[in-house]
Design a binder for this molecule. Structure first.
Ligand code: BDR
Ligand code: CA
Length: 311
């Protein structure tokens, strides 16, 4: 199995991404979970990460709290999408498993230095603050990262938090710029992909029909999340953004994209946090990321449902 660190701001869709990883031990070995401020403030994201570990029956997981604010800006949150707790929908017990003592950034650095080079993949599901601060503090780790597979950005789908920007990149554009420039192999799941991974009521029913605490909680999470997106976009259901990251690591053939140059806008008020993706190769800038564009959504939901049934 591939060794991963999940960096996250749960978030219902983050929770499903984590559950999919736990449900796939033959493919993924979760070395630890690092929480970052994003959808809700850090005290809630680290707590939610532990709630999800306990829901999965994995209380031994190492969970660390990381940065509580973006590198150079005030935190922007998304309670309008995820609810006050960040994990609204199901009623889940407060976690009893511990939060680890150290800082998430130190865990990321220490793990990348202690594991053999090229064997640890980072899975950022929120703003890129923790990853960027780790790279700033320990530039040597960039060359040791196997791959960064992240949810963030958009090209044809443009933005969800502003007309030009996707939430994760918008919240900490300086961090995103650093990560996209770090030289490690990067794979991006932008809105172009995740807006095709829609939880229709049929797919939601399939989660509920698992009849397990995990299946029911996931159905209740996506129910809550769905309410927002149906109203806002009139789409068939909520986009399951972050699970695209863990699904990609399990079944890369579900996704297609292009290896292109992606730069992050940090200067303009109007387009702050935009992922300027050179999809058509009109610049001579070197490719720095594989930017996905298509997903086999039926295959993705089949995988997700089948794996969640194991928990
Ligand atoms: C991203 O923002 C968050 O609200 C979701 O968890 C996802 O990571 C989508 O733009
Ligand atoms: Ca997220």
């Amino acid at each position: 199995p591939r060794k991963i660190i999940i960096d996250t701001d749960p978030g219902q869709d983050d929770a499903v991404a984590i559950l999919l990883a736990f449900a796939s031990p033959e493919d993924l070995d979760v070395l630890g979970i690092t929480a970052v401020a994003g959808n809700v403030p850090l005290p809630l994201t680290e707590k939610n990460a532990r709630i999800v570990c306990e829901l999965a029956g994995k209380p031994e997981t190492l969970v660390f709290a990381g940065c509580d604010a973006p590198i150079a800006r005030k935190l922007v949150t998304a309670e309008h999408v995820h609810g006050k707790t960040g994990l609204d929908g199901p009623t889940l017990p407060d976690p009893t498993m511990p939060l680890q003592d150290g800082h998430a950034v130190d865990f990321i650095i220490d793990t990348l230095r202690s594991e053999p080079s090229g064997t640890v993949t980072l899975c950022p599901l929120g703003p890129l603050t923790n990853i960027a601060v780790a790279l700033q503090r320990a530039p040597d780790i960039a060359g040791r990262i196997q791959e960064i597979v992240l949810m963030g950005g958009a090209y044809f789908e443009v933005g969800n938090i502003t007309p030009a920007a996707e939430f994760n990149i918008y919240v900490d554009p300086e961090a995103a710029k650093l990560v996209f420039g770090c030289g490690a192999p990067i794979t991006v799941m932008p809105l172009d992909v995740t807006h095709k991974a829609l939880v229709t009521s049929e797919r939601n029913n399939a989660f509920r029909a698992l009849g397990t605490p995990v299946g029911i909680a996931v159905a209740e999470m996506t129910d809550f999340f769905e309410r927002f997106d149906k109203e806002k976009y009139g789409s068939a259901g909520a986009p399951l953004h972050d699970p695209c990251v863990t699904a990609y690591l399990i079944r890369p053939e579900l996704f297609t994209g292009r290896h292109i140059n992606v730069e992050i806008e940090t200067g303009s008020d109007l387009t702050l946090g935009m992922t300027v993706a050179d999809w058509w190769g009109v610049t001579k800038r070197p490719a720095n990321a594989t930017f996905m564009g298509e997903i086999d959504a039926d295959g993705f939901f089949a995988l997700l449902t089948e794996r969640l049934a194991r928990l």
